[in-house]
Design a protein around this ligand. Structure first.
Ligand code: ADP
Ligand code: MG
Length: 610
């Protein structure tokens, strides 16, 4: 509990003791009434002041206003204890809520804790402790055991293991040695390493994630916006209703004033929308916080809402369903040596971050003279064009060869075939193959168990390879040989059939599809900025099982939100009806308001528990 919360608790207890003592020992005496009034102010003054403040600012109708007129009214008709009780329980509810919200903030804060407070930099041969923002690209950091890696970079000296669980939810440590990339936010576990900084703090993984989490609160779900709009309209209606209730019967039907003022006050207290205003945003907040601890970053409550209704999941193949690290199976050159063909392919691919490129470069092993490469242009979904020395090379699939008019031929072997041409002259092809991720089949099965009626795999790869992969993992539909724009068309077709469609990709050649689907989920976001930016949900590692997990979280959240809305509305409607008939007193009204709020908050807290 914070200091402020403790003070409020003390005031609540003191007010309860004073008012109960005054009521029992000094019943009917002037001193007793003064003490009860004092107890009222002890818990209520704050509420009265903030209601008055809101009125001055033009925001008249909020729950504090309802509480203020209800209790002042109760005092006016001599219901002193009731007035104290309403304020007391209202404040108790507020206290409860602030503790609960504090708790879910903390779980997001633990994610926030990925930012290192300082970076130790080697400058002029001396170690300096700077804030991460002050470090420049290319400088050398020293990261000791137990410290967080402050910026993204590459290990230049030493070896260690790091734990990136705060980022990915994956608690197995990874080993890192010279030449390995290391991400900011990971904790250094076992050895001192030197790291060459590869990007400034603003561009670092940590900064991107923090920004994403901070902004997520702004993308409100429909349910949340509905509650805000509802409260704005609803409160004036309630006040009007209460006015009618206390004016009409006494004026028109000569009923006793006291009785009907009392009923109107009961009506006001019950009508307070606290339970909804507090519990709905809290459920979303809790779900986003809980998911982030598992390495699932959800950019806004609205995506949880849509995800819960999903019936179709579309996957990209390379890097999403498959590992994206190809092995070279065969090199089939025409008229040149195998080594030369691989050398040309790897050199042309030097600046590409496509999984195909990375695999060719990794197989090549030899040194690549970067100054030989002049211009490189990526032809999305087909391959690459590079000018090396003064020759123009094309490296890519059959469609690319068609496009440039080279005379090429297919390969007999299974796998993804990468063709290489020098201008129109065909130089041969390299056959590479990828492995399906271990959990891919299981991930699809779990989606089906959740009632997802359609799973689709899209790829720019050739049909033969696509079918082998698709059948192995068990997707319902396979679409191959697609350009990025055609992938968008497939998704649009599904959307036009009224399907709530999720697209899962890695952000390479599929950013437009990620953006177009109802919900775009990017995987393996550590290191890929495009994915983090164009997706709605970001999985920090590339574990496909987390998709089912995310859907489960979203459904649970929506179920709880709906339970709370219905429960609150029903209980209140019931007490309102009783109040209008004169069968409910102020005490029942207090339960109707505070009791429902406490129950709704407790229910919302279930979101955060597993
Ligand atoms: P996927 O849909 O499986 O993720 P892409 O749309 O990224 O695949 O690419 C489709 C095909 O285009 C690949 O299978 C590959 O043959 C070819 N291709 C794309 N980019 C490159 C590249 N940089 N180098 C070579 N081939 C590429
Ligand atoms: Mg891809």
């Amino acid at each position: 509990m914070s200091g402020k919360q403790k003070k409020l608790l003390v005031r609540i207890i003191a007010a309860a003791l004073i008012s109960v003592a005054a009521q029992t020992l000094l019943r009917g005496e002037a001193l007793g009434q003064i003490l009860i009034a004092a107890a009222y102010l002890l818990v209520g003054l704050e509420v009265l002041c903030s209601a008055a403040g809101n009125i001055l600012r033009g925001q008249i109708f909020d729950e504090k206003f309802l509480m203020s007129i209800a209790t002042v009214g109760a005092f006016a008709i001599g219901e002193y204890m009731e007035a104290v009780a309403v304020m007391l329980f209202y404040q108790l509810g507020e206290l409860f809520q602030s503790i609960a919200v504090g708790k879910s903030r903390k779980s997001i804060a633990s994610l926030m804790d990925i930012r290192a407070d300082y970076a130790v930099v080697l400058r002029d041969g001396k170690e300096q402790k700077l804030s991460p923002e002050e470090v420049e690209v290319g400088e050398t950091l020293i990261v000791r055991v137990g410290e967080k890696v402050p910026l993204d970079g590459v290990v230049t000296e030493g070896r260690t293991t790091v734990n990136a669980s705060a980022l990915t939810g994956e608690s197995l440590p990874e080993s890192k040695e010279e030449g390995d990339k290391i991400v900011s936010g990971a904790v250094n576990l076992s050895g001192v390493v030197k790291v060459r900084v590869s990007g400034r703090y603003e561009e670092s993984t940590v900064a991107k994630i923090l920004e994403l989490v901070e902004n997520s609160a702004e993308k409100k779900a429909h349910a949340e916006n509905f509650i805000t709009r509802f409260a704005r309209l609803y409160t004036p209606c309630v006040v009007a209703g209460a006015l009618l209730l206390c004016l009409v019967p006494p004026l028109l039907f000569a009923q006793p004033w006291n009785e009907w003022i009392n009923r109107a006050l009961v009506f006001l207290v019950v009508s307070c929308p606290c339970a909804l205003v507090v519990s709905v945003p809290m459920s979303f907040f809790g779900a986003i916080g809980g998911a982030s601890r598992k390495g699932i970053l959800i950019k806004g409550a609205s995506y949880l809402e849509i995800l819960a209704k999903t019936d179709t999941v579309v996957f990209d193949k390379t890097g999403t369903i498959t590992k994206g690290s190809f092995k070279v199976n065969a090199i089939h050159p025409s008229n040149i040596s195998e080594d030369t063909l691989l050398d040309i392919a790897a050199t042309a691919e030097t600046y590409s971050n496509h999984p195909v490129a990375e695999s060719l470069i990794a197989t090549h092993k030899g040194h690549i003279e970067r100054s030989r490469i002049h211009t490189v242009s990526e032809i999305s979904g087909m391959g690459i064009k590079a000018i090396v020395d003064s020759e123009t090379y094309y490296v890519g699939n059959g469609a690319l060869m068609e496009k440039i008019g080279a005379v090429w031929h297919e390969c007999r072997l299974p796998g993804t075939v990468i063709h290489i041409a020098n201008n129109k002259e065909y130089l041969g092809h390299i056959t590479i193959s990828d492995e399906v991720k271990d959990c891919a089949r299981e991930a699809i099965l779990r989606l089906k168990a959740l009632g997802i009626t359609k799973t689709v795999m899209l790829t720019g790869d050739i049909k033969k390879t696509a079918e082998v992969v698709g059948r192995e993992v068990g997707v319902d539909e396979i679409c191959s040989e697609l350009l990025p724009a055609q992938k968008v068309e497939v998704v649009e077709e599904l959307l036009s059939q009224g399907r709530k469609t999720v697209f899962v990709g890695d952000g390479i050649n599929d950013a437009p599809v990620l953006a177009r689907a109802d919900v775009g989920i990017a995987m393996g976001a550590l290191g890929s900025d495009a994915a983090i930016e164009s997706a709605d949900i970001v999985l920090m590692d590339d574990e496909l099982l987390k998709i089912a997990e995310a859907i489960k979280i979203s459904r649970k959240t929506m179920r709880i939100v709906k339970e709370n809305i219905w429960f609150a509305l029903l209980v209140k409607a019931l007490i309102l009806a009783l109040g209008a008939l004169g069968a409910a007193n102020m005490w029942i009204a207090v339960f109707g308001d505070v009791g429902v709020m406490v129950i709704a908050i407790l229910n919302a807290m279930r979101v955060m528990i597993k």
